[in-house]
Design a protein around this ligand. Structure first.
Ligand code: NDP
Length: 286
């Protein structure tokens, strides 16, 4: 089965839209997401434009604050402090990567954990690693891992006792998704660029989450029949320039019980998770 992320995202957006209508009546306003975009990174620009489009479609308030590449670290810190204090702003997304002259850690440390919609602050990271069950209402977990988990649930994949290999150990995808998978009682191995004989490890996996960042990295000889694959990668095909994932989907898909395509798999749900995390922030303080 090739998972239809767009169809699931459409359902989620419909439900978000209905919840927002209720909020207007109950609270007199809808949640507000502030997105901070510094510089001209192409991928970031596209993602933020997508945020604007999707929030508008469901009726969520979204304010994009665009700053030039030359913005100083101190200027950015004071802008984020203002957003932290602003009672009409419920969630703040600081779009990464930031320009090289800005220390990401200082910016993340400035962000209020109560408005941290991508679960990047120390407090939210610690909460994720301390919790034994995935309860998204108490704090925000990173949007992409939340989406990957939603897909596995929607596809009725029972993770209990399953051998899962997560390829990638980044703070924003690999590590949090591994923790969420463990919360569902999967037996998780995290692989990375120094993993020896990755192909053999992947062949032993019943579920693979690929978060590598290399086009068509996982090929058909690396998987076993019946495997479930969530492909988080967003890459440009070196030959065609088109967006592709980390998995050679065309050749690998016939071996899979379920696989997410790129585009149209995890991506459409990530913005849904961002909007849901914003709603969760709103509900926690209203
Ligand atoms: P990072 O570059 O931060 O992490 C990549 C990980 O892959 C690292 O842990 C790295 O290992 C590992 N890796 C790289 N090469 C190999 C290799 N040859 N064998 C095994 N492991 C390898 O990327 P992100 O986690 O931020 O993103 C991963 C992918 O997901 C990217 O394509 C990104 O664009 C995409 N993405 C998609 C989102 C979505 O909503 N769909 C959202 C966020 C990201 P090591 O640690 O050893 O370097």
């Amino acid at each position: 089965m090739i998972f239809d992320g767009k169809a699931l995202a459409a359902e989620v957006k419909q439900s978000i839209s209905e919840r927002l209508q209720g909020f207007r009546v109950q609270y007199g306003r809808v949640p507000c997401l502030a997105v901070v975009l510094v510089g001209n990174d192409y991928g970031s620009g596209r993602y933020v434009a997508n945020c604007e489009k999707n929030t508008a479609a469901v009726g969520m308030d979204c304010r994009v604050l665009r700053f030039p590449e030359s913005t100083t670290e101190d200027e950015l810190v004071s802008q984020i402090e203002m957003l932290n204090e602003n009672k009409t702003v419920d969630g703040i997304l600081i779009q990464m990567p930031l320009p090289k002259h800005i220390h990401t850690e200082r910016i993340v440390d400035t962000l209020s954990p109560d408005k941290d919609v991508d679960g990047v602050t120390d407090k939210n990271v610690a909460s994720l690693w301390k919790q034994k069950r995935s309860d998204y209402s108490r704090f925000c977990v990173p949007c992409t891992p939340r989406s990957a988990m939603r897909i596995l649930k929607a596809a009725n994949i029972d993770l209990t006792g399953k051998r899962v290999v997560v390829v990638g150990r980044s703070n924003i995808v690999g590590l949090p998704v591994a923790k969420l998978l463990m919360n569902e009682n999967a037996t998780v191995t995290i692989a990375h660029s120094r993993t020896r004989d990755l192909a053999a490890l992947l062949r032993s996996a019943e579920v693979i989450v690929a978060a590598i960042g290399q086009a068509h990295f996982i090929t058909e000889d690396m998987v076993s029949d019946g495997v479930v694959i969530v492909d988080v990668g967003i890459n440009s095909d070196p030959q065609t320039g088109k967006m592709v994932g980390d998995v050679d989907t065309e050749r690998v898909a016939p071996h899979c019980t379920m696989i997410t395509p790129v585009p149209g798999g995890v991506g459409p749900l990530t913005i849904c998770s961002l909007m849901e995390n914003t709603i969760d922030c709103f509900l926690r303080h209203c």
